[in-house]
Design a protein around this ligand. Structure first.
Ligand SMILES: C[S@@+](CC[C@H](N)C(=O)[O-])C[C@H]1O[C@@H](n2cnc3c(N)ncnc32)[C@H](O)[C@@H]1O
Length: 503
């Protein structure tokens, strides 16, 4: 029997008028007030929660609970926290998303370290970190990359809304599930074994500190002044739980916590069609990364500089052009190009994959000597020179319309520019030409999900699952950097479990 029925049948307890289904209205209002999406699969849990809260608080109608959630109410933060714990999961593990971790290790963190070497100050925030695996993964990378870290003011903050998750994070003791996919050498190096559990070695554990933060609250910096002027923020696998207006609000809040030039990293395709203001997208094979752009007087809000503005303003980096990133090259997985059964092209030559060692995205890109137009388009896209990237790709497809990868890149750039129609058309073309292109399906699925087309998104996921079933679970997904097949499969299941947003 559902708690709704129980509540209605017991004298003195809150009663819900089932006929009028006040919970339906209540659900919409909860979404509006919190920003959290209520998936159809979560409705029963929400119903139980509302009834349990009413009982506990001695209230009678769901509206009274809503009252407690309204801005200005003293109880709003507490009710929001309880709902967040109910409607999101704490699923996480060490080195989650190998591609992003490799990008952090091989490129982003070394670049930030170089940029900050003068001041010897580095501030990194793993927001919505759950039980801390993500935060400690960063600690492990920094431990190796910054041997003189004791001479640095190194701030590595993990935060979550869930206090008990944070307690577990502070303890730094983990089970097998948190270490899935990690090999024996990794475990030996960073943990000591205690029965079935793994305890983080102290030097790593001490690098991070944890604090409770609600990303849905209005002013994060006011809540914790340590969250300002940050160099890097990770916000992965949290935005998927939010309704679009809340995604925009959280991204804006996080952006406010970054210094100019600071970086923001989300889970793949979590922003979907949302185009964040004040951030420039840098497209790496492993992931899109967002960089906070200082305001440009001539192109204040432009994400699409003209080719000349791209050259003149250039991507911003504290590094001088002579400082090459070659010390930390990105190592692309081999065989990342989608080569499987393309439609017959007009003898299309095998192009360089975008996941080859791309030239870096900062000012030094200008000195790069791309060898092929398609690679040059990827480099331009990386550096935020979207117009030029598009121009190159369009020329390519004019000459050779069956260039699936060029259509894919047009799709990605169009997505970044918020041109969803164009993105959709280009991704569809890429799929038509390469029906087995996993990368194109992944981005189309994200677009469909964000455009509230749950059935289409579900169909695309089914197709993706089919494509992935032919690949070894531990292999990298073609054209998605080092994202492994099993990571992508897990992600698809996550979306499947939450199929149809009610709003
Ligand atoms: C799936 S976990 C993500 C963990 C980690 N970032 C990762 O990608 O592996 C989502 C986390 O978001 C947290 N969360 C939910 N609502 C939140 C909020 N309003 N503010 C901060 N964290 C929140 C949950 O408690 C949960 O730990």
């Amino acid at each position: 029997m559902s708690p709704a029925h129980q509540a209605g049948s017991e004298g003195g307890h809150p009663t819900v008028d089932q006929a009028a289904d006040p919970l339906s209205d209540c659900t919409a209002e909860i979404v509006r007030l919190t920003g959290l999406r209520v998936q159809s699969g979560n409705r029963a849990r929400l119903e139980s929660h509302v009834h349990a809260r009413l009982q506990r608080l001695g209230l009678h109608r769901p509206e009274e609970l809503l009252q407690r959630l309204r801005p200005g109410s003293d109880s709003a933060a507490e009710e929001r926290r309880l709902l967040a714990e109910l409607l999101t999961t704490g699923e996480t593990f060490f080195m989650r998303d190998r591609g992003q971790m490799q990008l952090l290790q091989g490129h982003l963190l070394p670049r930030l370290i170089e940029e900050r070497r003068g001041e010897r100050r580095l501030a990194i925030w793993s927001s919505a970190c759950s039980t801390g695996e993500e935060t400690y993964s960063l600690a492990i990378l920094l431990h190796a990359l910054l041997p003189d870290r004791h001479d640095w003011d190194l701030r590595l903050i993990g935060s979550d809304v869930n206090a008990s998750a944070l307690e577990r994070a502070r303890a730094g003791v983990y089970g097998e599930w948190s270490l899935r996919g990690s090999d024996a050498a990794f475990r030996q190096r960073h943990f000591t074994r205690h029965g079935w559990q793994w305890r983080l070695r102290e030097p790593i554990r001490r690098m991070a500190r944890f604090t409770r933060q609600d990303l849905l609250q209005a002013d994060l910096v006011a809540a914790d002044p340590n969250l300002s002027g940050l160099d890097l923020i990770l916000c992965r696998n949290f935005l998927i739980y939010l309704a679009p207006p809340a995604v925009a609000a959280v991204v804006e809040r996080l952006t406010a916590c970054l210094r100019d030039g600071g970086l923001l990293l989300f889970g793949h395709a979590e922003l979907g069609a949302h185009r964040p203001a004040g951030l420039r997208a840098e497209m790496y094979p492993q992931s899109v990364v967002y960089r906070k752009a200082p305001p440009l007087p001539s192109h204040p809000a432009s994400l699409a500089p003209s080719p000349s503005s791209g050259r003149s303003s250039g991507p911003r980096s504290g590094r001088s052009p002579g400082q090459s990133s070659s010390r930390h090259p990105m190592h692309a997985p081999t065989g990342t190009r989608d080569q499987s059964r393309s439609r017959p092209a007009s003898a299309a030559p095998s192009r360089l994959p975008p996941s080859g060692p791309l030239q870096p995205v900062s000012g030094r890109t200008r000195t790069a000597q791309p060898r092929e137009p398609l690679q040059s388009a990827w480099v331009d896209a990386n550096a935020g020179r979207h117009a030029r990237a598009l121009q190159t790709c369009r020329r390519l497809v004019e000459r050779e319309p069956t260039q699936a990868e060029a259509h894919l890149l047009i799709g990605l750039v169009a997505l970044e520019l918020g041109r969803n129609h164009e993105a959709r058309a280009a991704l569809r073309k890429a799929i038509y030409l390469e029906p087995d292109s996993i990368a194109a399906h992944v981005h189309l699925e994200a677009l469909q999900r964000q455009s509230a087309e749950p059935l289409a998104a579900r169909r695309t996921r089914a197709r993706l699952r089919q494509l992935l079933s032919h690949l070894p679970p531990d292999s990298p997904v073609p054209l998605l950097g080092d994202t492994r097949v099993l990571d992508l499969q897990a992600r698809l299941s996550q979306f499947d479990a939450e199929p149809c947003p009610t709003t």
